[in-house]
Design a protein around this ligand. Structure first.
Ligand SMILES: C[S@@+](CC[C@H](N)C(=O)[O-])C[C@H]1O[C@@H](n2cnc3c(N)ncnc32)[C@H](O)[C@@H]1O
Length: 220
């Protein structure tokens, strides 16, 4: 079995049995693991850069999954086929993820599940994907090499209304309040304390930081 990072293992476990397109597949590890675990019989590994694409293609051959996983040298979801039921986009900024999904809405017509791991702008990604007709079905937060990652699974929905607090903290994450979730915001609160203690800040900046701190404390 190919070894997955904690982050990719969470994504793997969220993927339903379906035809999967992994956008920005790079090394192809996720798709290889999905075939090895028997979750996926058919899928697409999409890359738009030559170096990663060659590495991806070689890995699919090396792990003997090239009969099940088709490598696509392509941009985002542009060339995925109608049989794709699950789209995974991991390891990119939230704005890039949204741009990729919004570029070809016609490609998402048969897609039932979208799983994202946005390394920035997670609230924006939650908002925009909900507006595209998907609702949040699962979320997990993980810390790896000192970095916090939020992984969000969306499923197709008739309506997906989401409030501001759910956008910012995640509807499932903020209710579950896992140890990692608390650590993330405790870390930010300590940062704020240190910034304020370092002194010489205008009062307006101190007020803003204190407001953020008090908001975060409500979630711990
Ligand atoms: C940081 S890597 C993440 C790899 C893997 N998804 C993961 O999470 O470990 C992002 C990959 O996405 C690729 N990428 C970025 N924009 C893309 C796009 N529009 N279409 C296809 N691939 C893209 C990059 O070339 C890079 O290999």
């Amino acid at each position: 079995m190919i070894r997955l990072s904690k982050r990719l293992k969470i994504i793997h476990d969220m993927v339903p049995n379906s035809v999967v397109a992994d956008i920005g597949s790079d090394h192809g590890k996720l798709m290889i693991a999905l075939v090895q675990s028997g979750k996926v019989q058919k899928g697409y590994a999409v890359e738009n850069k030559e170096g990663p694409f060659e590495r991806l293609r070689a890995n699919l051959i090396r792990y003997h999954v090239n009969d099940k996983i088709t490598p696509l040298f392509s941009d985002g979801v542009k060339d995925i086929t109608r049989d794709v039921g699950t789209v995974v986009i991991a390891g990119m900024g939230g704005q890039t993820i949204v741009k990729i999904l919004q570029a070809h809405p016609e490609k998402l017509v048969s897609v039932q599940t979208i799983i994202i791991d946005a390394h920035s702008a997670v609230p924006l990604a939650r908002k925009e994907i909900c507006q595209m007709g998907f609702a949040i079905a699962d979320e997990q937060i993980v810390k790896e090499d000192g970095i916090f990652y939020e992984i969000v699974k969306f499923i197709k929905a008739d309506s997906a209304v989401i409030g501001d607090e759910d956008l910012e903290f995640g509807p499932i994450l903020r209710r579950e309040k896992s140890a990692v979730f608390k650590e993330k915001y405790q870390t930010r609160i300590s940062e704020i304390d240190n910034i304020i203690a370092s002194g010489n800040l205008p009062q307006a900046r101190i007020d803003t930081l204190n407001a953020e701190k008090h908001k975060l404390e409500r979630y711990l």
